[in-house]
Design a protein around this ligand. Structure first.
Ligand code: IPM
Ligand code: MG
Length: 356
């Protein structure tokens, strides 16, 4: 029987609670579809700072590189908010993305039918169905550019720089064109080419790559317009490809169409089949330990892992269907609506389990 080695980076805040539910769902799916999973815990984020003094210990990088896939909860919390930038929990997250070469970040914003009424966007705007894939560049741009503090005219100043190389843009563009090819064949590249030089290079490069994909309908949109179009007419989008920071912002926005940020999974992919799978939401320190976090984004991230790292499409769909069915039974507080029982993180996990 095929066994997969998975490193669990539970992290901080609600991370451990949501990963525990995702692991239960993965184990049941493995039983059902005839494979086995072994787990190894490793430290990332605030918990790593507390135990080792750094947010990304070398042992974590080594363990992740040897794994078939990595599951991540979330990192960060008030306790570590005043540390210098390179020692913050978030630096661990950026560090592991860079160390594993996870340049391609897929963030699908879909609406599950039972959640239509929970979306803050009106039904007539959502339309028939909503299924947008945000492809975010994850190891370049302003997140990794030169930054620092200096003095300008006697006043303290700070700077961060956005830079992209042509190969970085080409490889993320190819990921996006390939995905569009398996979907509705529409790709929208989002930039700020009316102002930023890095965006002008982005647009030129995407146009060049497009020559390899004549079957894909390519459009370009400025990021401010895209933010507006996502709530005005989200149905116009199939795949969106964009830079690290624009993708960070637009994927949070797109998640709200699906009802809650607690519903959005993500896959961070390298050139190899190695991937890191995490919900797009953060560690939510305000609700940590209360047992009320929504585990569904993390459970849906498991489905993405089965699909993108292991090629187990049937098993992935079984989890997605189970989540859809669970939403007809009960709700965590973030997606709660009158007439549904309000359930805890663990109860939601159990309901999904019972549907697998
Ligand atoms: C995300 C998060 C991270 C990011 C933070 C926690 C560093 O917001 O994955 O979207 O900005 O990439
Ligand atoms: Mg974000």
């Amino acid at each position: 029987m095929k066994n997969y080695n998975i490193v669990l980076l539970k992290g901080d805040g609600i991370g451990p609670e949501i990963i525990d539910e995702a692991v239960k769902v993965l184990n049941k799916t493995a039983d059902k579809f005839g494979f086995t999973v072994s787990y190894e815990d490793a430290l990332l984020g605030g918990v790593a700072i507390d135990e080792t003094g750094v947010p990304l210990p070398d042992a974590t990088v080594t363990a992740c590189k040897a794994a078939d896939a990595v599951m991540l909860g979330a990192v960060g919390g008030y306790k570590w908010d005043t540390l210098p930038g390179h020692l913050r929990p978030e630096a661990g997250l950026l560090g592991i993305r860079a160390a594993l070469g996870l340049f391609g970040n897929l963030r699908p914003a879909q609406i599950f039918a039972p959640l239509r009424s929970a979306s803050p966007i009106k039904n007539e705007i959502i339309g028939e169905a909503l299924d947008i894939m945000v492809v975010r560049e994850l190891t370049g741009g302003i997140y990794f550019g030169e930054r620092g503090r200096k003095e300008v005219n006697g006043s303290p100043a700070a700077y961060d720089t956005e830079m992209y190389t042509v190969p970085e843009i080409e490889r993320i563009a190819r990921v996006a064109f390939d995905i569009a090819g398996k979907r509705r064949k529409k790709l929208c590249s989002v930039d700020k080419a009316n102002v930023l030089e890095s965006s002008r290079l982005w647009r030129e490069t995407v146009l060049n790559v497009a020559k390899e994909y004549p079957e894909i309908e390519l459009s370009h949109m400025y990021v401010d317009n895209c933010a507006m179009q996502l709530v005005r007419n989200p149905g116009q989008f199939d795949v969106i490809v964009t830079s690290n920071i624009f993708g960070d912002i637009l994927s949070d926005e797109a998640s709200m169409i699906s009802g809650s940020i607690g519903m959005l999974p993500s896959a961070s992919l390298a050139k190899s089949s190695l991937g890191l799978y995490e919900p797009i939401h953060g560690s939510a320190p305000d609700i940590a330990g209360k047992g009320i976090a929504n585990p569904l984004a993390t459970i849906l991230s498991v489905a993405m892992m089965l699909r993108y790292s292991f090629g187990l499409e049937d098993a992935a769909q079984a989890i997605e269907t189970a989540v859809n069915d669970a939403l007809t039974v009960a709700r965590t507080p973030d997606i709660w609506e009158e007439s549904y029982p309000k359930v805890s993180t663990v109860e939601m996990g159990e309901i999904v389990l019972s549907k697998i």
